[in-house]
Write a protein that binds this ligand. Structure first.
Ligand SMILES: Nc1ncnc2c1ncn2[C@@H]1O[C@H](COP(=O)(O)OP(=O)(O)OP(=O)(O)O)[C@@H](O)[C@H]1O
Ligand SMILES: [Mg+2]
Length: 308
């Protein structure tokens, strides 16, 4: 029998007194994967995460972590989870080192040496008081706190919000290395282009409902690459028989192409000519994403099932 999923939600619903939180959410996160929970503001990401941490109780549905019900296993489960809340509260007068030592104590946790490896990876200045830290540096304190003690499951609510691209890259690398060591990561975000760099799978939540779960690789397969080609001598380029390629208005012998999915047929076709200039732009996953959430078949199917 295979090991139970680190995260498993079945038909989980939570309504707040003022209105909807989440509605019938099904979700399974596999061991060792990085799963990104993606959705616009107010979609229900934090609500779901707070349910996983047993900070709020769902109205109905089943929630299991590592095969265990939350109720009756909260102490045991919390020891296996590193959690970065979206609204982490820190003691302003403590230094980052004192703050992190405090978090480690609460956890019965790791020695400073192990924590220091993380603060160094993030290039976090640990002697400054929290109140003197920038938003990004405060976020780093939160991330170190979540990752300390090498928890089997990392639950990170918008881990890269407020971080510059360099620090985002550091966070992504640490997340990838946690996953390479077999740990499981569940993170939320509202920026697809960003999670596509770090996640294996993306679950899309909108208006409290999961509308789709995709492998990032699969999203890339549906994405559009924009390719600019100029052939030697400005010859026109023959696109006949190249699948997924459409040409956009070209200028001065520069041919602009939109390629859906696999680039290889185009590369094969180009090899028949002398190429003078070639530029490929990163696929715009945002386009695929908006395609999916504005009337993708998965959304319609799920909605009609819920209404009946
Ligand atoms: N404590 C609360 N009381 C009442 N309604 C709430 C509460 N927390 C969240 N909600 C509502 O539940 C819905 C989902 O909110 P949630 O915070 O889970 O979204 P989110 O995806 O985390 O959004 P964001 O990207 O802004 O963090 C929203 O409509 C929100 O207004
Ligand atoms: Mg949130």
């Amino acid at each position: 029998m295979s090991a139970p999923l680190p995260v498993c939600l079945e038909a989980v619903t939570k309504h707040y007194r003022q209105g909807r939180g989440i509605e019938g959410v099904d979700l399974g996160v596999r061991e060792g994967e990085v799963f990104a929970f993606l959705g616009p503001n107010g979609a229900g990401k934090t609500t779901t995460i707070r349910i996983l941490l047993d900070l709020i109780r769902p109205d109905s549905g089943s929630v299991r972590l590592f095969g265990l019900e939350l109720r009756g296993h909260s102490v045991e489960l919390r020891r296996r989870i590193g959690y970065l809340p979206g609204d982490l509260a820190l003691y302003e007068d403590l230094s980052a080192k004192e703050m992190l030592t405090h978090f480690a104590h609460l956890r019965g946790g790791p020695p400073w040496g192990a924590i220091a490896a993380l603060t160094e990876a993030f290039e976090l200045e640990v002697d400054k008081p929290i109140k003197a830290l920038s938003k990004g540096n405060r976020q780093k304190v939160g991330l170190v706190q979540a990752m300390m003690g090498d928890p089997a499951l990392l639950i990170l609510d918008e881990p890269t919000s407020g971080l510059d691209p360099v620090v985002q890259g550091q966070v992504h690398r640490l997340i990838r290395s946690a996953s390479a060591e077999g740990r499981t990561v569940f993170l939320s975000s509202h920026i697809l282009s960003e999670v596509s760099q770090v996640a294996d799978r993306v679950g899309i939540i909108q208006d409290g409902r999961m509308i789709d779960v995709r492998r990032v690789r699969e999203l890339r397969g549906e994405a559009i690459h924009y390719v600019d080609v100029r052939l030697v001598g400005g010859h026109p380029f023959n696109l006949t028989g190249v699948p997924g390629v459409s040409s956009l208005p070209s200028e001065n012998g520069l041919v602009r192409l939109a390629v859906k999915g696999d680039l290889n047929p185009l590369i094969g076709a180009l090899a028949r000519d002398q190429v003078e200039e070639l530029a490929v732009r990163e696929p715009d996953l945002e386009d695929v994403f908006f395609d999916l959430i504005s009337g993708g078949s998965a959304a319609t199917e799920r909605d009609s099932r819920a209404d009946s």
